[in-house]
Design a protein around this ligand. Structure first.
Ligand SMILES: Nc1ncnc2c1ncn2[C@@H]1O[C@H](COP(=O)(O)OP(=O)(O)OP(=O)(O)O)[C@@H](O)[C@H]1O
Length: 630
């Protein structure tokens, strides 16, 4: 899918100052920009079809009313005024006022009806886009800048809403008005009508020549807005790191440079647009001068009545706005087309994570990895390869390995956050790709090392995987995860936790995330180094409670510490993306050099702390008390 390749994140900057010219996304030449994307969005207008129809009719009726006024003027001048007919003047005057009021009512009706329709259409597109983003796999989100996605969800959709509610209507209305007025002008006095018609030629030429430039600049601006949004997003999320490293100036420099690039491109567009619009305003004015000159001569020669000349000029005046507005309406259309393209790039992204249809009636939790391999989309080598594991129902397997050995990737395969690229994983004998995703994720629950909490209440965060959990079940999960602190929050479980749970400590967030996973009561519980932020005392309590939970489920526990390994029945050692040894802790200590090396750091640390405890400050006292106790 070419669109996806347009948003591959660039490598991190190597120079000290970020290069503003380097876009956060690659330019998007792959997708042919045309009206198709915008046209495709028409289905979102269908639910509001009646409103859009009323709006179209109201627009046409509005044009009719506005054109009646000059024709009435002609009747007034050539009729009652030239005959000094006061009664006739009164009748036509009242009629003109009636037409004016009717036009105002129609205008109001159009505005009122359209706002609900285009806000509704925008909501429908946004909902679909959000649903699509949620359904796309982690590999997609790894490639796309979140700022780019945010700007598509917000800015691009607003552009489309403005186009639907204003640009699209006025583009149609104005072209219609220009056509009708031209016909009327030719009908009123064809030689002058031809002069006006001739002036349309340079207008059309200007529209065609500026269209390409505006399209290119619109796309550039919208992509650069996405880059700025990404910078803002990174700046806000990474605030703590930025502050702690005192790197505000460095990041500000990058941000300022990016906004500078956006400013320059926006100014380029303003320059093109202002030249374009100026010509569009000058052309009707020049035409007016010609019409006035030729019209005066024709009236003097008796070829044209005064009333017809006034009506002609009034009609011509009514063309000035529709012609001048063509410039920004065209620009708006280009923007909307670009925005629709950018939205289509997301909507058209093929979801490589295909949902299955199967369900397991009585799941036992027998998990098998059969020749499993995995390669990230843009990587040259496999991250995981040749993995064979058989985890019996109720068994807990600890996965240990050095940094970057592939532990997290392995755990992500089980709930299908990413899919295997070789081999298969089965649950109770069924390939997990054949299972309905929703079903699979009720069977497999995961708690991550870096737990994400949402800006919802603690209760909502806890019951994310199981909305129907009872209070007793919530309490049980809190007990297992030793997350009793939630009761001390100002409103207990109903306390709203800040964005990403920022108001909680790392350990508290981990415990909430663990309780959330436990509450699902899965058949397979995956814990990706979930206890890493806990102090030794809390960790021991959590591990004690986890033992009970893991007794009933199949567990995969990514472990760095020997204490966590002890939760498991068996250990698999990952190295270089494959399992190099499996066995119990004791067996592996005896047979696997790799495992001994991984664990020796842990033992060294333990020995160090024993040493400190016995021989550090107060050590003699402690030794003496221990003797007495013995
Ligand atoms: N999105 C990605 N694209 C390409 N490579 C990736 C991606 N994410 C991770 N990797 C690579 O895959 C390898 C395994 O990463 P993984 O996070 O699974 O390791 P890990 O064993 O969990 O490490 P740690 O113990 O440090 O958490 C690493 O070399 C990493 O650089």
């Amino acid at each position: 899918m070419p669109a996806a390749s347009t948003v591959i994140a660039s490598p991190p900057p190597t120079s000290s100052a970020p290069d503003p010219q380097r876009p956060l996304i690659a330019p998007a030449p792959a997708r042919k920009r045309d009206t198709t994307s915008l046209w495709r969005l028409r289905t979102y207008l269908y639910p509001y079809g009646a409103r859009y129809l009323i709006m179209a009719v109201a627009s046409v009726v509005g044009i009719g009313f506005s054109l009646l006024i000059p024709l009435l003027t002609q009747q007034v001048i050539d009729g009652p005024i030239s005959r000094s007919d006061q009664r006739g003047l009164l009748v036509l005057g009242v009629f003109a006022v009636g037409v004016g009021i009717a036009e105002a009512v129609v205008l109001f009706l159009r505005r009122w009806i359209v706002s609900r329709a285009n806000n509704g259409s925008e909501r429908l597109i946004r909902t679909d886009l959000y649903t699509k983003l949620q359904s796309l796999p982690m590999s997609f989100h790894g490639r796309w800048q979140s700022g780019q996605l945010l700007s598509r969800m917000m800015t691009d959709l607003s552009i489309i809403r403005r186009f639907l509610g204003f640009g699209m209507i006025f583009l149609v209305v104005n072209v219609l008005q220009i056509t009708v007025v031209l016909v009327l002008l030719l009908n009123l006095y064809w030689p002058l009508g031809l002069v006006v018609l001739a002036s349309i030629v340079p207008v059309a030429w200007l529209c065609l020549t500026n269209e390409k430039k505006l399209t290119r600049l619109s796309r550039k601006i919208q992509d650069e807005q996405g880059d700025v949004a990404s910078s803002v997003e990174e700046g806000i999320h990474g605030l703590r790191v930025i502050k702690s490293f005192g790197r505000f100036a460095h990041l500000y420099q990058g941000f300022a440079a990016r906004t500078g690039v956006l400013y320059e491109t926006s100014m380029d567009r303003v320059r093109v647009l202002s030249r374009f619009i100026t010509f569009l305003e000058v052309i009707p004015t020049c035409t007016m001068i010609l019409v006035l000159g030729f019209g005066a001569m024709a009236t003097a020669n008796g070829q044209l009545t005064l009333g017809t000349l006034v009506a002609f000029i009034q009609l011509l005046l009514s063309l000035i706005w529709p012609v001048a507005a063509l410039g920004f309406l065209l620009a708006m259309t280009q923007e909307a087309m670009t925005a629709a393209d950018r939205i289509a790039e997301v909507l058209d992204t093929e979801n490589v994570l295909v949902d299955g249809h199967g369900e397991i009636d009585q799941p036992r939790g027998h998990l098998r990895f059969e020749g499993v391999g995995f390669r990230f989309g843009d990587a040259d080598t496999d991250t995981l390869h040749g993995i064979d594991l058989d985890i019996a129902p109720g068994e807990t397997l600890a996965v240990v390995g050095g940094t970057g050995s592939g532990k997290t990737t392995l755990t992500a395969l089980v709930p299908r956050l990413v899919d295997v690229t070789a081999g298969r994983i089965t649950l109770d004998g069924v390939d997990i790709r054949d299972l309905r995703l929703r079903h699979l994720r009720t069977l497999v629950a995961t708690a991550f090392e870096d737990p994400t909490l949402f800006s919802m209440s603690a209760r909502e965060n806890l019951t994310l995987g199981r909305a129907d959990a009872t209070d007793a079940e919530i309490e049980e999960a809190i007990e297992v995860a030793q997350a009793h602190f939630v009761h001390d929050l100002p409103w207990g479980l109903d306390t709203r936790i800040g964005e990403q749970g920022m108001s909680l400590s790392g350990g508290q967030r981990q415990r909430l995330a663990l309780a959330r996973a436990v509450l699902v009561r899965p058949r397979v519980l995956v814990l990706d180094d979930t206890l890493s932020a806990l102090d030794i005392h809390t960790e021991a309590l959590v591990e004690e409670a986890l033992k009970r939970v893991l007794h009933d489920v199949t567990g995969i526990v990514v472990a760095h510490r020997a204490s966590t390994v002890m939760l498991a029945d068996r250990v698999a050692v990952l190295s270089g993306g494959t399992v190099v040894a499996t066995g119990t802790h004791t067996e592996l200590l005896r047979t696997s050099r790799e495992y001994r090396e991984l664990m020796s750091a842990e033992f060294d640390l333990e020995a160090e702390s024993d040493e400190l405890r016995d021989h550090g400050p107060g050590g003699a006292d402690r030794r003496a008390r221990a003797e007495v106790a013995r």
